[in-house]
Ligand binder design. Structure first.
Ligand SMILES: NC(=O)C1=CN([C@@H]2O[C@H](COP(=O)(O)OP(=O)(O)OC[C@H]3O[C@@H](n4cnc5c(N)ncnc54)[C@H](OP(=O)(O)O)[C@@H]3O)[C@@H](O)[C@H]2O)C=CC1
Ligand SMILES: O=C(O)C1=N[C@H](C(=O)O)C[C@H](O)C1
Length: 247
């Protein structure tokens, strides 16, 4: 029996790519393509909903899925710690699975993994995220997650705050600060989704760079998550477990 799938945000950049990938995948049956203003009732027969919408609508979409026992695979950004706690509470004891991944591309997942490992060894760390200019949010969800993981790696290693003697200048010149890590956002026509993680120590630097050159890069992760979510009740963060990458 095929797994029935509905896509929320189906006419968007990622939603449209996801619809194409689901249609091309064996054992998956795309039954609904929901855009803004569409009635979600058309998705009620889905076993899995994929959400690529907007941070301000995704929580309502997830409530709708959880109330109906429909699993959800979510790429939409904007998941604060408070939002994740609220979802954990709603899913407590439920057979329904919700997977939230800031980034479904293998290279971005590996970048975050490597960055967390490297964090313990460098006094300085900063992130530059670079995206297409139609992106609604800044900093990116991936950069936010990467910063949190670097911060966790630094804390575990007993590192102090990153050194920065800046005392004067223009607001914003040092980027946003996420968990003590400076994050700089670039929006440039021609780009898709890119990130550099820069580490520095006395006499050396390390740069980890990842480039998504096409949205097809996200699709193997999305499809693996759709196939895997039925066996994962509760809240899953990221696709590391599904890809077999240790965290
Ligand atoms: N996790 C990952 O790997 C990736 C995550 N993303 C994230 O995915 C999200 C979407 O990105 P992207 O596809 O580029 O954005 P788009 O703006 O291209 O697509 C979002 C779509 O959602 C639609 N939409 C808005 N509200 C609703 C609703 N209530 N129900 C159904 N559809 C709705 C929009 O319609 P309308 O335009 O009519 O409002 C639009 O078509 C962002 O948060 C982005 O950061 C992006 C790439 C990879
Ligand atoms: O909006 C995008 O394009 C992307 N959004 C995600 C994010 O905010 O991290 C993932 C990827 O960077 C592309």
């Amino acid at each position: 029996m095929a797994t029935t799938v509905a896509v929320f945000g189906a006419q968007g950049r990622m939603g449209a790519e996801t619809c194409r990938a689901v249609r091309a995948s064996d054992g998956l049956d795309l039954i609904a393509e929901i855009g803004s203003g569409d009635d979600r009732a058309a998705a009620e027969g889905a076993q899995v909903v994929v959400d690529f919408t907007r941070p301000d609508v995704v929580m309502d979409n997830l409530d709708w899925c959880i109330e109906r026992g429909i699993h959800a695979v979510v790429g939409t950004t904007g998941f604060t710690a408070d939002r994740l706690d609220a979802l954990r509470a709603k899913l407590d004891g439920s057979a329904t699975g919700v997977l939230i991944a800031a980034n479904f591309s293998i290279g971005a997942v590996l970048t975050m993994h490597f960055a967390e490992q490297a964090a313990a060894f460098y006094e300085s760390a900063e992130i530059v995220e670079l995206h297409h200019p139609n992106k609604a949010d800044a900093p990116s969800g991936t950069a936010t997650a990467t910063a949190s993981r670097i911060a966790a790696g630094r804390t575990a290693a007993g590192l102090a705050e990153v050194p920065d003697a800046t005392s004067t200048g223009l607001d914003g010149a040092r980027g946003a600060v996420v968990d003590g890590i400076h994050v700089h956002g670039v929006r440039l026509r021609g780009l898709v989704a890119h990130q550099e993680v820069l580490f520095g120590a006395e006499g050396e630097t390390l740069t980890i760079r990842h480039d998504s050159l096409d949205r097809s890069s996200f699709m193997p992760g999305v499809i693996a998550a759709i196939r895997g979510i039925g066996d994962r009740p509760g809240l899953t963060i990221g696709i590391e477990e599904i890809l077999g990458i240790g965290r």
